[in-house]
Write a new protein. Structure first.
Length: 294
């Protein structure tokens, strides 16, 4: 008779997705460690990040699939405690896809040390009757693609006639509705002459956009870079930058210029852009000119 063996415990390298968080004072109990129930909140926070990493706006995606997800089971196993102000990484991965459900396995790490592990069972169901339904194949394929290490968005480039409707909707949501920029400043006649990028997720939903203006003396300006807030962090901005830089290089431009909002300077610096000159106000928001080769 063969002896039953447990599967090896997960390590950080087993997870494509890791959500970083810091322990807050309110989460520590009288024993000066994280109260046990807060780990469910940590994992639930990471689940939202897992959906973002797949470039799936949670609420809109489930509406498109005509269903909802309900937790059927949540179990935790404790190995060691976390303490106030420690930095934790919460790993999540899909362990199993069933007929109408899927299982997420998660682990809280402090560095390489495992602290708490979990198993979350989600059932796909009718949002009204709450009876289970078969897990939609498109959702199944997105999860499989993510766990297989594939990219989550396809970036299309083209003119305003082809991409303008979807690009304008994203820009309105981000710049006008979220940031309060007047619509008359956001929309301009330059769109007709630009190369536009549109990032589309694996379910066909547009989630990001940007544009490349015609070059002047070899310098081409990038602008209107925007990703929907529900999917930021999925690598969408970097993917659009690569696509627009390819278009710029193909037509022989020598320099890419952009005006980065102050909150995005770090992102563009990581993409190889360097600051030029002093910060300035544009549409009431502090910006910084940055450049790099295509």
């Amino acid at each position: 008779m063969s002896k039953h063996t447990e599967p090896p415990a997960a390590t950080r390298r087993d997870f494509r997705f890791l959500e970083r968080m810091r322990v807050r004072w309110a989460e520590v109990d009288m024993q000066k460690v994280v109260f046990n129930g807060h780990y469910l909140m940590y994992f639930d926070t990471a689940v939202a990040g897992y959906w973002r990493a797949m470039a799936l706006p949670y609420e809109a995606t489930l509406a498109d699939l005509d269903g909802d997800l309900f937790v059927r089971k949540a179990s935790l196993e404790y190995e060691a405690p976390a303490r106030y102000d420690e930095i934790l990484d919460v790993g999540l991965r899909c362990q199993r896809l069933g007929t109408s459900s899927f299982v997420l396995q998660g682990t809280v790490f402090r560095g390489e040390q495992r602290l708490v592990s979990c198993e979350l069972v989600y059932v796909f169901a009718d949002p009204h009757a709450q009876g289970s339904r078969p897990l939609p194949r498109p959702l199944r394929e997105v999860i499989e693609a993510y766990e297989g290490g594939h990219t989550m968005v396809d970036v299309r480039t083209g003119g305003w006639d082809a991409l303008g409707k979807d690009a304008r909707a994203i820009r309105t949501a981000v710049f006008v509705e979220e940031q309060g920029i007047p619509a008359k400043l956001e929309h301009d006649d330059a769109d007709a002459d630009c190369v536009h990028a549109l990032a589309v997720n694996r379910l066909g939903r547009p989630v990001g956009t940007g544009r490349l203006l015609p070059a002047v003396n070899g310098v081409a300006k990038l602008g209107r870079m925007a990703a929907l807030p529900t999917v930021r962090g999925a690598g969408i901005g970097a993917a659009m930058l690569r696509a627009l830089a390819d278009a710029s290089r193909a037509r022989g431009d020598t320099t890419l210029l952009l005006h980065a909002q102050s909150s995005a300077i770090g992102f563009y610096a990581a993409q190889g852009f360097a600051k030029q000159g002093e910060p300035f106000l544009e549409a009431g928001i502090v910006h910084q000119a940055m450049t790099r080769a295509p």
